[in-house]
Design a binder for this molecule. Sequence first.
Ligand SMILES: Nc1nc2c(ncn2[C@@H]2O[C@H](COP(=O)(O)OP(=O)(O)OP(=O)(O)O)[C@@H](O)[C@H]2O)c(=O)[nH]1
Ligand SMILES: [Mg+2]
Length: 654
Amino acid sequence: MELEREKGITIQSAATFCDWVKKEEGKDETYHINLIDTPGHIDFTIEVERALRVLDGAVMILCAVSGVQSQTITVDRQMRRYNVPRISFINKMDRMGANPFKAIDQINYKLKLAAAAVQVPIGAEDEFRGVVDLVRMKTLYCEGDRGEIIVVKDEIPEEVRPLAQERRVKLIETLADVDEEMANLFLDEQEPTEEQLKAAIRRATISLKFTPVFMGSALADKFVQPMLDGVCDYLPNPSEVSNMALDRRQEEAPVQLIPYNALPFVGLAFKLEESNFGQLTYIRVYQGKLRKGLNVFNARTDKKVKIPRIVRMHSDEMEEVSEVGAGEICAVFGIECASGDTFTDGQLGYSMTSMFVPEPVISLSIKPKNNKDLPNFSKAIARFQREDPTFRVHFDAESEQTIISGMGELHLEVYVERMRREYKVDCETGQPQVAYRETITKKVDFNHLLKKQTGGAGDYARVAGWMEPKGSLDGNHFEEQVVGGSISEKFLFACEKGFNQACERGPLIGHKVLGTSMVINDGATHMTDSSEMAFKNATQQAFRQAFVQADPVVLEPLMKTVVTAPNEFQGNVVGLLQKRNAVISDTEVGVDDFTVWAEVSLNAMFGFSGNLRAATQGKGEFSMEFSHYERAPGQLQKELIARYLKAQAERSKK
Ligand SMILES: Nc1nc2c(ncn2[C@@H]2O[C@H](COP(=O)(O)OP(=O)(O)OP(=O)(O)O)[C@@H](O)[C@H]2O)c(=O)[nH]1
Ligand SMILES: [Mg+2]
C-alpha cells in the first residue's frame, strides 16, 4: 500500500509463500514457508491477532539498540494468547550502540521467557562482519554483494573465542533449566552433542519454554539466512501443532484437526482483502486439501460455495494453483464470507474458534464533503468493515451522524485517508472521542403502559418486569418469563428487538449499554390495538425509564499501558503518569532503561505522546492496549451528561 511507504510503517499484514533451501551437511533440503509480515503498531493489532491465530511459529524481531520495546511487550502477550512458539532475531546489529546481550537479558526478565543466544557477533556496528554459531561451534561470514553467500569456517577467531565459550555455556545452562534431558547431561557434566543440543532447543521452543536468539542486520543483508535455517530447525511443522475445532454435531465437543491431505477439508478464512482483481479470501487449510472447483460449506451460514480460483501469494505477485494441502495458506477468489469463518467440505460439522477481537476504544463522526460521493462512501465503509473486525460503524439517528470506531487515532486516520485515495471521497471528521459505555448498578422493577387512542386503530402495549446489573460487562441480557399469554407470543420478539435497540444508545450519554439485564414477566395485549411496533416502543420506553432509576453510571475504557525510557527520566515519566491518575502495577529498572506497567483511562491519555516526548528528550516510548471498562470518575460523568444534554437541546432547537 502506497500509504505504508509514505508513513514508513506496516498497516496491513502481507502473506507470502516461499521456498527456503536449507543447506544440510552435504545435501540441500527444501522447506515451504508461509510467511505473514505483521504491523508492529498497536492500532493495527487485529492484523497481529489474525496472523498469530493461523501461524504455527513466529520470528520475534527486536532492535539491537532498543531491545524489548513497549510494543514488543504487547506482541509478546498476543503470542502467548495463541501459544505460538518463537525464535528471536536481533536486528540492526550494524547500528551504533548495538548490544544483543542486553536485548537477550530483557527477553528473560521483561518478557519472562527463557532466552539464550545461539550465535555471538564478530565485531559490532560497522565492524560487524560475522557470527559464531554456538550449536556447531563454527564461524559464519557473509560474502557477495547482498550477503547471499554464507561461508562456514571451522576456525573461531581468537578474539571472540572466550565470548563464544561463555555464551555456549549460558545456552546449555538456560536449556537445562527448561529441558529435562539437557538438565541430566548438565548434572552429569557431559558436553551435549550437536544433535542433542539442537533437539533440546527444538523441544524447548515448541513447548513455549524457550526462545533461541539469532542476530544480524536486515538492512546490511547480514545473517538473515541462518535465522531462516533456525525457522526450519526450531519451529514446528504443521503436524507438530495441535489445532482444535468444535464439532457442532456433537454439542461443540473439541476435536483435533489432523493435517493429512486424505481427510475431509477444514479451513479458516482469516483475512479478507479487496484486490484489483476482486475479493480475496485468505484461508489456512488445517485438514484435507482445498481444490479448485471443490464445493465448500461455510459453517456459520451453512451456505455452499464453489471454489473458483486458488492462488498462492508471493508478496505482490500471485501464482495460480489447482490445489493446496493441509497446513498451507492460500488465497481464494470470489467467495463471500466474513473474516473468521470456517469452511468444511460438508462431511464434517466442524467450526473453529475465531480470533480475539479487541473492542474499539476511539470513535469519531465522519461524512463525505460532497453529497455526490455518498455511494462511494458507503461502499468503502462496507468494505473496510468486512475486512477489519476492529473497525466499526454505526449511524447515530439522534445526531444524524455516521460514527466510525477503532483501535486508535492512527487506525481511523488511515481509513479516512484510504477513503480519499482508493475511493476518491474527501471526508470531514469530528474530534476523536472515547468510546464510553453505560450500565446500571441496582435492580429496578418496571410496569409500563403505552396507549394511544387517535381515532382509528390505536397503539397499545403493556410490559412489566425488572432490570438489573447482569453481573459482568460482556454484552447485555434479555429474557422473557411471561406465563399465561399476557403478552402474546408473536410480540415477544418485538420486545427483544426493542431491548437490543435501546442498548445501542444509552439514556445517559447516548453511548452503548453494557452489563444490563432485562426480564419481562408480565404485560397486556389489546385485541386490536397491539402491534409489534407498539411492543417494541413500549419496551424501549420502559427500558429508558427504568435505566435512569437504576443508578446508571458511565464506564470508561482503561488501558494497559507500558512506558519505557532511559533511567534518568524515570522521575519525569512516573510524574506524568501520576498526573493522569495511572495505577502503576510494576516497574523494572534495567542497566540503561526502565519499564513501567500501568493502567490508565484512555480519556486521560490524550496528548500523552507529546508530553512523553518532551519529558524524555524524545527517547521515551509507550504503547497501550484496551484492558477493561471501569466506572468513570463522578466529575467526568457529570461533564459528559451535561455535554450530552446540551447537544440534545441544540439539536431540538434546529
Ligand atoms: N540500521 C539498520 N536499520 C534497519 C535495519 N533493518 C531495518 N532498518 C530500518 O528500520 C526502519 C523500520 O524498518 P521496518 O522494516 O519498516 O520495521 P517494521 O518492524 O516492519 O515496522 P512496522 O511494520 O511499522 O511495525 C526503517 O527505516 C529501516 O530502514 C537494520 O538492519 N539496520
Ligand atoms: Mg513492517
